[in-house]
Design a protein around this ligand. Structure first.
Ligand code: HEC
Length: 407
């Protein structure tokens, strides 16, 4: 349905724009806060505790941060809240459009858990909003008084969430659901905590009352969470282009590993903004990421079919078994059976009326043209056939792997 594709394009486009504005603004304000200078006396007399000069886009900018607030509340006062809300709303719309309307194609993987679309969608919603409720509960419990204890809880919480999602949904849907949970927590923090505390602050300044430090402290905890969650969330947003991650046998560990490393790298920048340059944090993060990539993609020796079973006794005299060549007929048979339903000029699949990404595998020439990717997606990342819709067996995958090694 072309209109559906267009709708998905516009919502996705909008989601990226809103997300850039949200994360961009939050990065900018973190940077700003950490780079404020001690102002001259005449500014201090006005109640300014930090100032900063910048040049950008052909003009000079002067920023001032007040200890308490301005004399009167200026109009207009910019809040920077719609960036967060619109990112969340468009993200949720995208989730519904792609993963809930297309539940049987994208959300459910029968080899992970055989679910009906209704079951899967309810579990998806339960995952996101149940997770949010647990997080909110924890933030309001005594746990939140100890940053260390809370960090331990939060880490365990995200590990369990990854594990559950990866054992309920297809790999890519699992990653997106963890992302949706994180995004909902972040937008929820803005909505239920950061903005209300800011509103109290603005009202206090307007009425010349004291600012209660607890407002800032509560918002601070949530801001710290949002700060560390940004890089993992951005990874998840692009993860569905990289099957080697979400399709890995231990995809939940891959997700946890990448998220922890991303948060660690964020930590480097947080330290750096406050003037503590610790390259060891950045370097160890990069090394860990390389090690993780190696672990994920270390080539596994393909199980080569040999003729030893055919020539059992011969094997005792001959030291080496001869590999049996995979024939063109075998490969074409496999592709016709498992791939051409979608990857064809005339697909028969009900979800994909046009060949996905334009990859057609009708003729031998087309198959050979895409040989590397065909072998890679069917025997290394093993995410083709899409969600294993045609139930391709491990032996069949090995056959394609072996064909890939033939000249
Ligand atoms: C049910 C439909 C379906 C079937 C069956 C299917 N694919 Fe795909 N294929 C897709 C979709 C959707 C995409 C694009 C999304 C993506 O890349 O994950 C795709 C993308 C691809 C790509 C391009 C991505 C890249 O890595 O460059 C290759 C190659 C591919 N499939 C190979 C295969 C092979 C080989 C088979 C059979 C073993 C197969 N597909 C069976 C739906 C299908």
């Amino acid at each position: 349905m072309p209109w559906f594709e267009w709708l998905s394009l516009f919502v996705r486009w909008f989601h990226v724009i809103a997300g850039v504005a949200w994360i961009g603004a939050s990065f900018y304000f973190i940077w700003l806060d950490n780079n404020l200078n001690t102002p001259p006396q005449w500014k201090k007399d006005k109640g300014i505790k930090g100032d900063l000069w910048a040049v950008h886009g052909g003009g000079f900018y002067e920023v001032a941060k007040y200890t308490y607030g301005p004399e009167t509340i200026p109009e207009p006062l910019h809040w920077f809240k719609w960036e967060a809300y619109t990112t969340w709303m468009s993200g949720f719309a995208l989730l519904v459009l792609i993963y809930y309307f297309g539940a049987s194609a994208y959300l459910i993987d029968p080899s992970v858990m055989a679910l009906s679309p209704t079951q899967a969608i309810l579990m998806g919603l339960g995952f996101i909003f149940g997770g949010l409720a647990i997080y909110e509960g924890a933030c309001r419990s005594p746990l939140a008084k100890s940053p260390i204890l809370f960090a331990v809880f939060f880490f365990a919480f995200l590990c369990i969430a990854s594990y559950l999602a990866c054992h309920w949904f297809s790999g890519r849907a699992a990653y997106i659901h963890v992302g949706a949970l994180i995004g909902t927590i972040m937008a929820g923090n803005v909505f239920s905590n950061i903005i209300p505390n800011q509103r109290k602050m603005v009202n206090a300044v307007a009425n010349k009352q004291d600012i209660d430090p607890s407002w800032g402290a509560g918002a601070k905890l949530r801001s710290v969470h949002n700060n560390y969650l940004t890089l993992p969330l951005l990874f998840i947003m692009i993860s569905n282009h990289y099957a080697m991650t979400y399709q890995h046998q231990y995809n939940y560990l891959v997700l946890i590993g990448i998220s922890v490393i991303a948060a660690w790298i964020r930590h480097y920048f947080n330290l750096k903004h406050t003037g503590k340059n610790k390259p060891s944090v950045l370097i160890s993060g990069c090394i860990a990421m390389c090690l993780l990539a190696l672990w994920i993609s270390w080539p596994k020796a393909p199980a080569v079919t040999t003729n030893e079973s055919v020539a059992g006794e011969l094997h005792t005299t001959e030291t080496q078994a001869h590999p049996v060549l995979v024939t063109q007929v075998q490969v074409q048979g496999l592709i016709a059976k498992h791939c051409a339903g979608c990857h064809s000029a005339t697909p028969t699949d009900n979800m994909f009326p046009t060949a996905p990404l334009g990859i057609k595998l009708d003729s031998w020439a087309e198959i050979e043209q895409h040989k590397d990717r065909v072998v890679y997606r069917s025997s290394v990342t093993k995410d083709m056939p899409f969600l294993n819709k045609t139930a391709m067996t491990e032996d069949e995958r090995q056959l394609l792997a072996q064909w890939g090694q033939q000249p």
